[in-house]
Design a binder for this molecule. Sequence first.
Ligand code: KIV
Length: 276
Amino acid sequence: MRITISQIKAMKQKGEKIAMLTAYDYTTAKIVDEAGVPLILVGDSLGMVVLGYESTIPVTIEDMLHHTKAVVRGTKQTMVVGDMPFMTYHLSVEQALRNATRFIQEAGAQAIKLEGGVTVADKVKRLVDCGIPVMGHIGLTPQSIHQFGGFKVQGKTPEAATKLLEDAVALEQAGAFSIVLETVPSQLAKIITERVGIPTIGIGAGIHCDGQVQVINDILGSFTDFAPKHAKQYANIADIMSSAIKEYYQEVTAGSFPTDEQSFFIDESALAGLNK
Ligand code: KIV
């Protein structure tokens, strides 16, 4: 039985911290699921850490559905949240509904995430009314990177902080079951977390959020283009992969791989006719 949105919301009430990680493929999702992490986000960070784009903007809905399906196949208990990519929910409530439906119906996700607060509240309300659980996302929303002029901390002025609080309240009123707060000052995240009844999931938003989300490649150290300040590296998978690959390369070129252990044999008599 998969984790439900009621269980996620109850965790806030009970003061239990919520862990969420991104995943983009079957193998990784299976490991995250078996580790007991309750939420997986198939984030559009896919664009940067898997597809090699400079931002999340080129990611298409087909990219997202393809990877969301793989993650769903790899999981049994975790709730899978599909991330709606750039401009797949802004044009109209109908567009948002049509594309969100694809995540739930075609890809098998249990919820979707979209970026924005007050400006997307009408879409959030309609999706929730139609039975699609929605996770909001405010603060440094990467799909607006050109508007922000770079990856900058959000909510630093009184006006910007007030707007973020209004966005969080609008998402809660529209029926979102949780809100990602990305790259906002810790003190502001604390105020927002205390002000809304739904869980806040922080990334670069300090310790006071109800939960935390990280891009899995950042915590495993497999993405080496840059290391965000908010990420703690729990392993150095890039180094482990690199030394394993070099060893394999060296053994193949030296003729020491494969050995009999990785080979298959038949009785020589079966080849007798061929050796003439
Ligand atoms: O796409 C993503 O991985 C995200 C998280 C950083 C919250 O939106």
